[in-house]
Structures are given as C-alpha cells and as structure tokens.
Design a protein around this ligand. Structure first.
Ligand SMILES: [Zn+2]
Length: 254
C-alpha cells in the first residue's frame, strides 16, 4: 500500500473517521467529568441506617447539670470557661459522629459537633440546651441546585448522599437551623431540623422544644448536629458532656 492509496482511503472514509473522533472525544470528556465528580464528591458518615436494636432506644432524656465547667481552645490558647447555669442534653439518641479536628484534611472532616441520632422512625424532639434567646432561624437547604446534589433513598431510615462542587457549598449543609444565645455569650446551634417551633428574638427556657430531628441539609439520616459557640469558636460538646453520660442517658440507675 503506497501513501497516495492510504490518503485516498482516509479521504474516502473521512465522515466515518470524523464520527469516530467525535464519539472518542465525548467518551474522554465524560470520563474526565466522572473523575472530576469522584474527586469533588464528599461523602459524610452514614447515619440513621442499620437495624434498630432496643439498645438504641433511649426513652428518657437526662439532665446533666453536673458538667458546668469546661475549657475550650481559642487562637490565644486554652481558656477556662464556666457556664454556671443549668443545661440539658438537647435530644434523644446515640452518638453517631463526634468531634473530628483534622485541619488539613478534605472538606467535611472538620466536625466540631456531636451528631446524635435517634434511629427510630418517629418524631424526636430537639430541646433548648439552656435558657436563652433565639438569635437565628435559618433555612440552608442543600438541594438540587446546579452545584449541589442530594441523592436520597426514600425508604424509612434511608440514607442521603451529597455531592458538592466547591468547599464553600458545605455551609449550606446545616439545613433547617436554630441558634440560641445563652448567658455569658454562649451560643448553641442545632442543625438538620425538620420543623422549627420558635422564631427569632423569642425567649426560650431550658428544655423547650424548638424542633424535631431530621435530615435537612448535609445529612445522611435523621439526626441532630449540635454545636456550642463562644467568641466565634466552636466548643466541642465533649467539654459539656461526656460520652459516659450519653451512654448512661435514660438509665434510671443514674
Ligand atoms: Zn454533624
């Protein structure tokens, strides 16, 4: 086969070659987009899944007024902080995700909060941590926008997966949210609520129901994401409550 003959063959099949090139380009672009999605996708810890055992059902909320002093870290070091007011653990459930302080890691792994999931398909009240004033009621629904996707299994206790295109999108993940300002500028934040029973500037007393556990926003199942704040710093709930307390919560012996 000489060169002119080859050129003639190519010329004769130019439309087929063009089509093949277009299909190849589309496949390559699709593959690159797929890899991009995998890279930018952030999957959170699965909550609200698995079988529910009787051990997971905690019927009575306890009151933990014994942990009133705790320290927290600021940019200037550790600060001792006394919250000399009664407070309670704000909802029923088990701890499904604790505090994760991985500064350099990918989006979604820094989690200065406690996730408490009542893994029973029922309405689970979320209550005010202490006396205070509602300072913010927000609706940060992460939902089917161009850069945020929420893919949910609609069965009871089904999970949701989240895909974000930019780290900044994570801020929408709180869902229906309530913030309460307590004494000494301590603020409590409650995320992923299904409905909210309070409004901004409302005075609430300790234990007042402010909403119900749900999975609005960045959540993979029904739970409460609970955070304490002071001086713009998140205070790990670990300083206010102990894991032991959570485990004993609802136990009549304690
Ligand atoms: Zn959380």
């Amino acid at each position: 086969m000489n060169v002119p003959h080859l050129l003639y063959l190519i010329y004769g099949n130019r439309h087929a070659i063009k089509r093949a090139c277009v299909i190849f380009a589309i496949l390559i672009a699709g593959f690159i987009f797929f890899i991009y999605l995998v890279i930018v996708t952030v999957f959170t810890v699965v909550q609200g899944t698995g079988s529910v055992t009787s051990d997971d059902i905690i019927e009575q909320p306890g009151t933990f007024t014994e942990f009133q002093g705790f320290s927290y870290k600021t940019a200037f070091g550790e600060r001792w902080y006394e919250f000399n007011h009664p407070y309670i653990f704000p909802t029923l459930g088990v701890l499904t995700q604790g505090v994760i302080l991985d500064q350099g890691a990918v989006v979604g792994t820094r989690h200065v909060a406690w996730d408490i999931a009542d893994r029973v398909p029922r309405q689970t009240e979320v209550k005010a941590f202490a006396d205070g004033t509602v300072v913010a009621v927000k609706d940060n629904i992460l939902y089917n926008t161009t850069r945020r996707w929420r893919l949910c299994d609609t069965s009871p206790n089904g999970i949701c997966w989240y895909v974000v295109a930019e780290p900044g999108d994570v801020q929408y993940g709180c869902g229906y949210e309530v913030n309460i300002l307590h004494a000494d500028s301590l603020r409590s934040q409650y995320c992923h609520l299904t409905s909210i029973n309070v409004h901004t500037d409302q005075q609430v007393t300790l234990g007042r129901t402010i909403g119900y556990q749900a999975s609005t926003g960045w959540a993979t199942g029904k739970h409460l994401h609970f955070v304490l704040w002071r001086d713009g710093q998140p205070i790990p709930p670990t300083y206010a409550f102990t894991q032991t307390s959570l485990q004993n919560w609802g136990d009549d012996e304690n």
